[in-house]
Design a protein around this ligand. Sequence first.
Ligand SMILES: [Zn+2]
Length: 350
Amino acid sequence: MGRNVGLVWDSTFLEHDAGYGHPERPERLIAIREVMTERNLWERMTKVPTREATVEEITRNHEPSYVQTVLNSRGELNTFFDGDTQASPKTAEAALLASGGAIDLALAVYHGDLDMGFSLGRPPGHHAERTHAMGFCYFNHIAVTARALAEEEGLERILLVDWDVHHGNGTQHVFEEDPRFAFFSVHQGNFYPGTGAIHEIGRGEGTGYTLNLPLKPAMDDDDYRYCFQKVVMPFARQYKPQMILLSAGYDSHHQDPLGAMNVTAEGFGGMATDLCELAEELCDGKLVAFLEGGYDLEGLSTSVGTTMEVMLGDDVSVSGDANNAGTRVRQDCQRLAERLEGHWSFDLDN
Ligand SMILES: [Zn+2]
C-alpha cells in the first residue's frame, strides 16, 4: 500500500540568491526536481499550496525585532545578516512561503489528510536562532512548524530528528528547556556551528530531551543505521511522540563538498526506512521532512529522491547494517547512553 505524501514546492524558492558562488544555490532545487521527474515522483506527490507564514506564526519562534529585520530586507538588493548569510530581494518572501507551506503540510499530515510530507523549502532553516539568521538560514521552518502543532493542535510530544551533517543549533536552542519537544541530532563533531556536544542534553524541565551524537568523520551507512536503530528508535519508543519532524540535510553524503561523511543515497533511504517504521509504530505514520543542507547536486538530488520513494512506500533498495557498524560509532553511542542514564535506557550490547 502506497502512502499519500504531500510536497511543498514554490518557484519563489528559486529566487533566494545567497550570493555569487554560494553553495546554497537554486540549482539544488532544480536538480531535485529533475530527479523527481525522472523517477515519476513529482506527479505522485500531493502538492500543498504555499502561503506566507504570518508574523504571528513566525514570532512564536523568533524575536519580533529580528523578524522585522528580515521583512525589511524585502526588495533590498543585499542585506547582510552573517558572514555566509546574505539576503536578496526575494529572500524574505521565499522564507515566509517555506514556513507557511511547511505549517500547512504538517497540519494536513496531523489531521490525516496526508500520510506523510516533504517540504522543499528554501532557504533552509535549522541554523536560524531565535534572534538572528545564521548558516544560510533565516526562519527555522521545522521549529516554526513544531510551534504551530503545539500551539494550534495542543501536541505535547513532538520528536525532531536532524541528520544534516551540521548540528541543528537553532532547533536545539529554542526547545532545550521544553519537554514537549524532543530533539535528536547526529552530526559531524568539531565542525560548524561548534555546538551539539554529547553533554548538551537539555536544560531545566527539558533535561534529557535533547540528544546529541557528534560523530568522527567518515562514518558510513552502517554507522548511521546503528545510531538510528540503537539510539533514535529506542529513545522514541520511550518518549512516544505524537508526530515526527525531520531536518533532512544531505551534506553527510559522501560526495558533499562541505561534510566529511560517507553516507550514500541508499543509506539515507535506510535512515528514512527506520523513521517511517518508527512513525507507523508510534504515531500513525505522521512524519514530515524539511530540506536543510546538501551541496553536491547529484548526491543531494538522488538522496532526496530515495527518501521520497521510501516515504511513498516504494520497494527501493536501501543500505546500512547496524551489525556492521564500526567501533568508533559504538563508543560514541555508548557515551551518549551513559550521559542519559536515569532519563532513558538503551541496550547497546550486540
Ligand atoms: Zn548542513
